[in-house]
Design a protein around this ligand. Structure first.
Ligand code: HEM
Length: 467
């Protein structure tokens, strides 16, 4: 069978697809739908010279069957492509970036921790923190919902990792993540920036290094304290890592423990916060959906706070969560994969060895072939019936296969409980005149902060009193 001819947009001979991607990453990916199931994006002569690879190209997959093939069926033929230097500095040899046997071992360690039954033990913590936050907000207060959700999910993940409350560290962590986001974006957008070592003292490099050093110092201090304290009675991630051994049966080194903790600290709160911020925005823009969600929460909970046992009954809330993750998947792109050997995809396209395979939940989720009127917010797409008819692998906010998100059940539990807890006491209205657009950074963040006004349930119209 002859392979289909690939087409793609015209790109610069020297710089390949990078200028287009840099100008408008998200729009460019959507425009690529027009070129078929697999779109070839040459990376240009400069990258060909650097990689010493002729015809170096990225291949964007637009068909779910091809996505399944790369992520699941033939996943052993693929590894993650090298990442931006800042990302590699942050995550080290944590489970997000390792490959092969080491990666399998790490997953085997973490899977029971993130198993459904174990994560539900965090339900009361999540609900308590969400309820405390909502209680602090007066009627009419103006809040930055992105910041608020990030601080909330950070407080939760810190407890999960270290079994204690996050204190003044929270501000340093959030500020450093913001700097890290900017640097990673710059390194993805500019070849020069990605080739400049982190020790070159640019302003951003210095801020980044200083910030991450102080987070590392915090983490090291907590590791040291735990080493000298009694280890009994802790059920957090730190104790799991202390009890773990490597392939030779030796305990993990401080460096290995640091890398895992840093990985979960970042992967475990930034994404969920992002998803929640988009969900609150969508709810504020779609009154009938918000009303139906509030009605469900009232029917299921009455006047009490939710528990883990309520989650399966929050069906509509889950549909809203799923639809929000479709429109605004925090992981807008999976890590680029590179194949070892030539591979024929189900669409018939043959990928040469060393092809860079690009799979983007953002692009798949907004493809009109799988989601009619893709830009429309419609939670009904996730009714039981629609779930049955959707092509598998057209919806992959948590990835798929052997690298599927480890924290998926935790993220879902956290997202649904925070929505239900807060929706029962407050309404959030976005302030008029804001134009909020998604921006492709480390996560799919908002281009400007989302400012919202709080209305306490049971009170009349809000009267703005900014804080
Ligand atoms: C809405 C929230 C979240 C989303 C959308 C999300 C999305 C993803 C995606 C798409 C991947 C796969 C990346 C790839 O294949 O290239 C991933 C991996 C991962 N996620 Fe999440 N995630 C979320 C929350 C969490 C949470 C709460 C945790 C931990 C508490 C977590 C921990 C991880 C880890 C450790 C990996 C790496 C898995 C591996 O490579 O084996 N994530 N996540």
């Amino acid at each position: 069978m002859s392979a289909p001819t690939l087409s793609g947009p015209l790109v610069s001979r020297w710089w390949g697809c990078f200028p287009e991607l840099r100008r408008d990453t998200l729009g460019f990916l959507l425009r690529c739908h027009a070129y078929g199931d697999v779109v070839k994006l040459p990376m240009g002569l400069v990258v060909e010279l650097l990689l010493r690879q002729r015809d170096a190209a990225m291949y964007v997959l637009n068909h779910p069957a091809d996505v399944r093939h790369v992520l699941v069926t033939n996943q052993d033929n693929y590894r993650k492509a090298p990442v931006a230097p800042a990302e590699s500095r942050i995550f080290g040899q944590g489970v997000l970036h390792t490959e092969g046997e080491i990666h399998h071992r790490q997953r085997r360690l973490f899977l029971p921790f993130f198993h459904g039954n174990h994560v539900t033990t965090y339900a009361d913590l999540i609900v308590g923190k969400a309820d405390d936050l909502a209680a602090q907000w007066q009627d009419g207060t103006t809040i930055d919902i992105g910041q608020a959700m990030a601080h909330l999910t950070l407080a939760v993940i810190w407890r999960l990792l270290f079994g204690r409350e996050v204190g003044s560290e929270a501000t340093t962590i959030r500020e450093t993540i913001a700097v890290g986001q900017s640097l990673i974006k710059l390194q993805y957008d500019s070849l020069l920036a990605s080739l400049t070592p982190l020790w070159v003292p640019t302003k951003l490099h210095r801020q980044f290094t200083r910030g991450f050093r102080s987070i590392e110092t915090m983490i090291r201090r907590l590791i040291d304290e735990r080493r000298t304290a009694t280890r009994q009675g802790h059920e957090d991630m730190l104790s799991l890592l202390f009890a773990a051994t490597d392939a030779a049966g030796r305990p993990l080194s401080d460096e290995e423990i640091r890398d895992e903790l840093m990985t979960f600290l970042l992967a475990g709160h930034e994404t969920t916060a992002n998803a929640l911020a988009w969900t609150w925005l969508l709810l504020s823009q779609h009154q009938s959906v918000r009303e139906r969600l509030t009605q469900e929460v009232t029917e299921v909970l009455g006047n009490r706070l939710p528990t883990a046992a309520d989650v399966p009954r929050l069906r509509y809330t889950k549909m809203v969560w799923d639809e929000s993750l479709r429109l605004y998947p925090p992981a807008w792109s999976l890590h680029t994969r590179v194949n070892h050997g030539e591979d024929r995809l189900p669409s018939g396209v043959v990928l040469p060895p060393g092809a860079w395979v690009f799979i983007s939940p953002w692009s798949l989720h907004r493809n009109a072939r799988w989601f009619p009127h893709p830009n429309r917010f419609d939670p009904e797409r996730f009714s039981e019936e629609s779930n049955r008819t959707r092509p598998p692998f057209s919806y992959i906010p948590f990835g798929a296969g052997g690298r599927r998100c480890l924290g998926e059940s935790f993220a879902e539990l956290e997202g649904l409980l925070i929505l239900a807890t807060m929706a029962s006491t407050i309404r959030l209205r976005s302030i008029e005149g804001q134009t909020i657009q998604p921006e492709a950074g480390m996560t799919l963040r908002q281009n400007v902060p989302i400012r919202m006004t709080v209305q306490r349930v049971g009170s009349s119209e809000p009267h703005p009193a900014a804080v």
